[in-house]
Design a protein around this ligand. Structure first.
Ligand code: TYM
Length: 355
């Protein structure tokens, strides 16, 4: 049985400052995966138009995210780094997926419900269709693995549903044209054109919460800057935010079970574990029984040690704008060639005339 070639794809939106959640939940994983996989990392600028159409500085924000990828250690010579809007096939495949996906699937997405709020009628159609563009990002390269934070899990399930429905609906045409590969879905062997992508989610930092409220995720859109650590915060700001982070009056427990019902404590322990590349168990072995007055300064020191070099490198890279633009343009050319090969097949499967 032939199978899909392993390929990693992920994306980050160029809106607002990158924060610790983006770094630990996603970018750090991107870096780790590049040693053993072919990877494509994309600054998803088209996605940024869904919630807010006009941005004064979208191009600079795109460069910022690119610089963060590079500063964190992604190698653009070995892997593909580009911005989405350079490769128009993302939008083309998204249109086809808009016709595959059902409105019911889209309107059930928690992120759509959260972002659209009460005034759903007034949300952009793009916001509703967003997960279909995300599925197109991934499946345009027939990527098999997608590293993301926990908040993107539902979108990845939808990506799997779209791939499966496309494979089923067009199964005869895929077979007749000799396209696609045989793959195992459950116990069955079926022929499909798109892989059923595996999410890569997990570890102690898959869902970093706000420093002000342990029940809300750390987010670019939180009005309080104290709720998040930005990658570009200086050492004093990071230390101040960690010192002010909401906690409870008890000492840290010695076992993970003791974190139950203590979301703020659990979050800080998860952040420490993510930054230090150790488990929560290990953190509690080292800090169980200590008060936050001791743990917080240790966490601040670790955060500064890990993040300040990345922020410094980002500044250095951003100063050379031509270099950043060159990376995006080279990456765009490589991604474009792969994308067009897929779209030739897809147009033929769907029956669109291609001359
Ligand atoms: P975005 O730009 O909101 O976030 C980028 C990545 O950061 C992760 N993340 C978090 N991880 C842990 N804790 C948090 N508090 C936290 N906040 C954000 C996100 O899960 C994500 O991995 N829809 C995506 C972008 C996208 C994409 C794709 C991702 C577009 N197309 C294709 C993968 C594959 C988004 O808005 O991520």
């Amino acid at each position: 049985m032939s199978s899909f070639k392993p390929l990693v794809f992920s994306g980050v939106q160029p809106t607002g400052n990158l924060h610790l959640g983006n770094y630990l939940g996603a970018i750090k994983k991107f870096v780790a995966l590049q040693d053993t996989n072919d990877c494509i990392y994309c600054v998803v600028d088209l996605h940024s138009l869904t919630a807010q159409l006009v941005h004064d500085d979208l191009e600079d924000q795109t460069r910022q995210i690119t610089a963060a990828f590079l500063a964190a250690g992604i190698n653009p010579k070995k892997h593909i780094v580009f911005n989405q809007s350079r490769v128009m096939q993302h939008a083309e495949l998204a249109w086809i997926f808009n016709c595959v996906a059902r409105i019911g699937w889209m309107s059930r997405m928690t992120q759509f419900k959260d972002k659209a709020g009460k005034d759903r009628e007034n949300a952009s159609l793009g916001l509703l269709a967003y997960p279909s563009l995300m599925a197109a990002d991934i499946l345009l390269y027939r990527a098999t693995h997608v590293p993301v934070g926990e908040d993107q899990k539902q979108h990845l399930e939808l990506t799997r549903d779209i791939a499966q429905k496309f494979n089923n609906d067009f199964s005869d045409r895929i077979a007749a044209k000799g396209l696609g590969v045989e793959m195992k879905v459950g116990e069955e062997i079926v022929r499909g054109y798109f892989p059923i992508t595996e999410p890569v989610i997990g570890g102690p930092a898959a869902r970093i919460m706000s420093l002000r409220d342990g029940s809300k995720k750390m987010s670019k859109s939180d009005p309080s800057d104290l709720s998040r650590i930005n990658l570009t915060d200086d050492a004093d700001t990071m230390a101040k935010k960690i010192k002010k982070a909401k906690t409870d009056p008890d000492a840290l427990p010695s076992e993970v079970k003791g974190l139950e019902g203590r979301p703020e404590a659990e979050n800080l322990v998860g952040i420490y574990a993510g930054l230090a590349d150790i488990s929560k168990e290990q953190v509690l072995k080292d800090f169980g029984g200590t008060q936050f007055s001791v743990f917080k300064p240790a966490l601040a020191e670790l955060a500064v040690a890990k993040l300040a070099p990345i922020a410094g490198e980002m500044r250095r890279i951003l100063a050379d704008r031509a270099y950043v633009d060159g990376v995006l343009s080279d990456g765009g050319a490589k991604a474009g060639a792969l994308a067009e090969a897929t779209m030739k097949d897809v147009r033929s499967i769907v029956g669109l005339q291609q001359g």
